[in-house]
Design a protein around this ligand. Structure first.
Ligand code: RB5
Length: 152
């Protein structure tokens, strides 16, 4: 999987703003197709607004993947996972980012700017964008069950 062929959106609240800026700039410099959906400053905002904006954009098909950042990553992952078709994974290291793609087919990765540093965040984003889901077999069956929960 070449992550550079994907349409990616990135969003954060005020707590995640500086990390979002850093990761967004890095991904663009590396040649990824990334769109910044805000927020645009460190002024306090509700993480719910920006998490929903990015999750809806992925769910609606405008983007293939989303990256969402808040202070801990927890709030944005809770919000994103309430959106139909979204499988959001809160990741704190590269291994989790790889596995959320291979086993869970996550289409959104969430990170906490008060938890990880710029370097780890860049690595997580890169892993997340460059691994495929292991289609078929046991993981497919489990993701199918997750997807069915959207309709329950
Ligand atoms: C903001 O202070 C903080 O609550 C938010 O960024 C996030 O960590 C919520 O889960």
């Amino acid at each position: 999987m070449d992550g550079k062929s994907l349409k990616v959106c990135i969003a954060s609240d005020h707590a995640g703003f500086l990390l979002k800026e850093n990761v967004c700039r890095y991904l663009k410099e590396e040649g990824y197709n990334v769109t910044d959906l805000g927020t645009d400053s460190e002024e306090s905002v509700d993480y719910t607004v920006f998490a929903k904006k990015a999750a809806d954009a992925v769910s609606g098909g405008q983007f293939d993947r989303g990256i969402i950042i808040c202070g801990t990553g927890i709030g944005v992952s809770i919000v994103a996972n309430k959106t139909k078709g979204i499988r959001a994974a809160l990741c704190t290291d590269q291994y989790m980012a790889k596995m959320c793609r291979e086993h869970n087919n996550a289409n959104v990765v969430c990170m906490g700017a008060r938890v990880i540093g710029f370097g780890v965040a860049r690595d997580i984003a890169t892993e997340f964008l460059n691994h495929d889901f292991e289609e078929g077999g046991r993981h497919q069956k489990r993701v199918d069950i997750i997807n069915a929960l959207d309709k329950a």
